[in-house]
Design a protein around this ligand. Structure first.
Ligand code: ZN
Length: 540
């Protein structure tokens, strides 16, 4: 997603577990969710019936799902009944968890299906409000673990399952959701049923429904994937123009990364607490994203990139969120580079680098950050986005375009519709490149610093020798190639490179009379924007 914009105040997070080894609700692996949801205009109550098919990974006499209880403001869910094969099961619903006692113990790998009937006013997760035109709308907004506010589930991104939403709503609304529409029909009392089904397994964070008065446009198909735009009717011309840019963006990722994983892509003007939310096959953008001037191209490119990174290849746990956000950041830069040229990329990278350096001064945490605990929102930070993007940019520099893209493709192919840790990405890049990337991954992703350099130099006109000392001022001694320019890079200057792998590196290089003395007056570091660092240059 793209962070920023409207941060709602009261987000609740029930205890999720963290760290690479801690598995969340490990006794089940959800196979499929069927959510029957009825909403109305009379009030904000939701009536739900969830049919959840799970595979048990161990023998047990109980099963539990996440679902928020009623809170102090009378919002939350009440469970009416739990059944298995039509037979009522005893349950408790406390601390935002439904605990169900089973009549018969499970066997390992046994598949069982439970039906949970529930109702209530969602405190969060399904945002029922008015859009900027004063019309009532309902938008799912599950990230990161807010699905439990309105659908019972195993609310952790490591357990992916196929999902279908069968939504009953007053018939003036249109309903969009993940997957493809398999059924629509009129119901009594001016209600309408819309049934969407996604066969590809999704994490709960990107499951979604949107219920609003929409104008819908179908600007075209990309590789057989129908693309649609869902816009508030008041802005339909502007929105159809803006969102149809998806037709340009999709082919870039399909060509460079791999096949799109879902059967359609809907771009939806919505109410989300984020700037954009990468719900699988049904991306939600904040309502101000529609302007008629296509100013949201980068936002579209970011959320569409997430369909590959985050939705299809999903991080296995929250500390590895850069596998979503860093990829979406870098892929957006690469798309814009392909369209507008190298200068656009460099400008974006320079801005990101300034942001990262400033962030690191405030907060000393590594990109793969296990310290955030239950505050997952805290991980929506510069490290996950801009630094994660920079790490990929540096991998591209280190390995070259051809190997970089091959590794990205292999990573996507290997983890498509699955989950990955950072080490999985490292292994793929090592396999494809034939290089050991331990040092690279350790220093950039598990170290809470970036290189801080002092570059001191002098020039001896008699010998034409430039002598320089590079000192690393951080605790970490980083290993990298430092490119520097003497004179004007790309103009009448020259660029050279020095391998840095110690705290202090001193070297002498002969300029061989290539530059007149007045041009040696200027030495600058990293002329091609290849290194995440900050530095000062001093002439002795
Ligand atoms: Zn994002």
């Amino acid at each position: 997603m793209l962070k920023q914009i409207l941060f709602a105040a009261c987000l609740l997070f029930a205890g999720a577990s963290f760290g690479q080894q801690a598995l969340y609700n490990p006794s089940i692996d959800v196979q499929h969710y069927e959510f029957n949801v009825r909403v109305s205009d009379a009030n904000d109550s939701l009536y739900g019936r969830a049919v959840i098919t799970v595979r048990f990974t161990e023998k047990t006499n109980a099963v539990h799902f996440d679902l928020m209880n009623i809170n102090d403001t009378a919002r939350g869910m009440t469970v009416v009944s739990v059944k298995e094969n039509g037979k009522t099961l005893p349950f408790t619903h406390r601390s935002n968890v439904i605990n169900i006692s089973l009549e018969k113990n499970t066997g390992v790998n046994e598949i069982r299906t439970f039906e949970i009937v529930y109702m209530g006013i969602p405190a969060d997760g399904l945002i029922i409000s008015k859009n900027k035109f004063g019309h009532r709308t309902m938008f799912g907004d599950n990230w990161p673990n807010r699905a439990r506010n309105w659908i019972p589930c195993k609310d952790h991104l490591s357990d992916k399952a196929s999902v279908e939403f069968i939504v009953s709503a007053p018939n003036h609304y249109k309903v969009v959701a993940n997957g493809i529409k398999v059924e629509e029909k009129e119901l009594a009392d001016h209600f309408h049923l819309t049934h969407w089904k996604e066969d590809v397994p999704l994490p709960t964070k990107v499951m979604v429904i949107g219920v609003a008065d929409f104008a819908v446009d179908y600007p075209g198909e990309v590789s057989g994937i129908p693309v649609s735009s869902w816009i508030f009717p008041e802005q339909k011309e502007k929105g159809f123009h803006d969102y149809s840019q998806a037709l340009e963006i999709l082919p870039f990722y399909i060509k460079n990364v791999g096949p799109y994983s879902y059967k359609k892509l809907a771009n939806v003007q919505s109410k989300t607490i984020f700037g954009g939310m990468e719900n699988a096959g049904a991306i939600f953008y904040y309502e101000g994203s529609v302007t008629g001037t296509r100013k949201s191209e980068a936002l579209l490119a970011h959320e569409i990139a997430h369909q590959w990174f985050g939705d299809a290849a999903t991080e296995a746990d929250w500390p590895h969120i850069w596998l979503s956000e860093g990829f979406a950041t870098e892929m957006t830069h690469l798309y814009l580079e392909s369209k507008y040229g190298r200068d656009t990329l460099v400008k974006a990278l320079e801005a990101d680098r300034r942001t990262v350096i400033a962030f690191t001064k405030r907060k000393k945490v590594p990109v793969v950050d296990t310290s955030a605990g239950t505050n997952i929102m805290q991980l929506l930070n510069t490290n996950s986005y801009q630094k994660g993007g920079w790490v990929l940019h540096m991998l591209r520099n280190e390995l070259g375009d051809k190997i970089f893209w091959k590794a990205v493709q292999e990573y996507y192919a290997g983890f498509r519709n699955k989950n990955a840790y950072t080490k999985d990405l490292q292994q793929v890049f090592e396999k494809v490149s034939g290089k050991n990337l331990d040092v690279f991954f350790k220093q950039w992703l598990y170290t809470p610093e970036n290189p801080t350099l002092k570059f001191t130099w002098s020039y001896d006109e008699a010998t034409k020798n430039l002598t320089a000392t590079v000192e690393q001022l951080t605790n970490t001694v980083f290993v990298f190639n430092l490119r520097y320019a003497i004179g004007k890079p790309g103009g009448d200057g020259i660029t050279k490179s020095v391998a840095i792998n110690q705290r202090i590196t001193t070297f002498t290089t002969n300029l061989d009379g290539k530059l007149p003395i007045d041009k040696v007056a200027n030495v600058s570091l990293d002329p091609f924007c290849e290194l995440l660092f900050e530095g000062t240059v001093l002439k002795k």
